[in-house]
Design a protein around this ligand. Structure first.
Ligand code: 5AD
Ligand code: FES
Length: 352
């Protein structure tokens, strides 16, 4: 069978059945020819299952202090070149209030693994934000079941924790001192506690292959992930991976499209890293299967200091500018900003 025909057949199968075998996924991930037809099929499936609404999540980066030492991340504890900051409870709640005033329905509280924020302390902040009638997503790394439980009881709705890669060896090499099993334990605990669970891949870790990325996608399907956020590695010169090659934008785009085909009702963001790499990258990704954007609603100097990687977009803008800018861009694509809290839809509730 000619290659092109085989590719189109596989894509048609994924579009109809939402399943592919590991070898089939690998073949599509590795094929640049597959990219445009994959994006077109994913855009169609996105429209059919989750519609034209784009969900905005306001990202509050409340501390860049981290106890971990991931080899790619600017927040790693050994990076002495980063000016550290931590926002107070009132500042965090104030940013959430402003986000609400700017029309956001969800805030994402993200930080390094900063143990100053004990379970109790963060629970207090969550309760105050929930009183504003916002959905609350947490993204603060690995904690115990009991800590996750307290936050859930305080009202947290969702939790983001990327697995980064399902290749255990690659994971443990670039996340030294961390265990792959504990990461999976965290995702299971979050699931058990009834959070909407978001996870995802860092594309471009040295040693990662199309086969391991195919395995990531199957892992997300098995976990029944509610959200999957992926982005390419952007080497940070202040980290040990500073001179690694950057992640492949096109491979990442094909992965987004395949995620939409295999997890049709999931929430899939067009991530900031995609746009840092390619101007208007987020629009391209929104047209390739994605339905979520997470504009930064942190204010002032903290925006610059939350430096996971260099060249991060919008660090000089205000939250209101970002919101206007993204709103205009979404409308120009013929899409609209969704006005609900954007919980994950389930196929059983859709008339498909
Ligand atoms: N390039 C791209 N993404 C990165 N992250 C951390 N460092 C980098 C980098 N250098 C991603 C990780 C993490 C998320 C919050 O940011 O995947 O889970
Ligand atoms: Fe921040 Fe456009 S999204 S300025």
């Amino acid at each position: 069978m000619p290659n092109e025909e085989k590719i189109l057949q596989l894509i048609a199968k994924a579009e109809q059945e939402h399943t592919l075998k590991k070898e089939e996924l690998t073949c599509l991930l590795a094929s640049s020819q597959a990219e445009e037809p994959l994006a077109a099929a994913a855009d169609h499936v996105r429209q059919k299952f989750v519609g034209d609404g784009v969900h905005l999540r306001g990202l509050i980066e409340f501390s860049n202090i981290c106890r971990q030492d991931c080899m790619y991340c600017g927040l790693r504890r050994d990076n002495q070149r980063l000016e550290r900051y931590r926002l107070g409870a009132d500042e965090i709640v104030g940013l959430a209030e402003k986000a609400k005033g700017d029309g956001y329905h969800t805030v994402v509280l993200q930080s390094g693994e900063d143990m100053y924020f004990t379970a109790e302390r963060l629970a207090g902040i969550i309760r105050r934000i929930k009183a504003l009638d916002l959905a609350v997503t947490l993204s603060v790394g690995e904690r115990s079941f009991d800590e996750y439980r307290l936050w859930r009881e305080a009202g947290a709705d969702r939790y983001l924790l990327r697995i980064e890669t399902t290749d255990r060896e690659v994971y443990e090499k670039f996340d030294p001192g961390m265990s792959y099993d504990n990461r999976v334990r965290c995702l299971r605990d979050l699931r058990t506690l009834g959070y909407e669970v978001g996870t995802g891949t860092l594309v471009g870790l040295p040693g990662q292959t199309p086969v391991s990325i195919a395995e990531d996608i199957l892992f997300y399907q098995k976990l029944d992930a509610d959200m999957v956020g992926i982005g390419p590695l952007i080497p940070n010169p202040d980290t040990p991976l500073g001179s690694a090659p950057k992640g492949d934008f096109h491979l990442t785009r094909r992965m987004v499209s395949l995620l939409r085909l295999l997890l049709p009702e999931a929430n899939i963001p067009a991530t900031t890293a995609m746009e840092t790499m390619v101007p208007h990258g987020r629009e391209l990704i929104l047209a390739s299967g994605a339905n979520v954007v997470m504009p930064n609603v942190t204010e002032g100097d903290s925006r610059r200091k939350y430096a996971l990687y260099p060249g991060k977009i919008c660090v000089a803008d205000t939250p209101a500018q970002c919101r206007r800018c993204m709103g205009g861009r979404i409308k120009a694509m013929g899409r609209f900003i969704a006005e609900d809290k954007g919980f994950r839809k389930h196929r059983r509730d859709l008339s498909i």
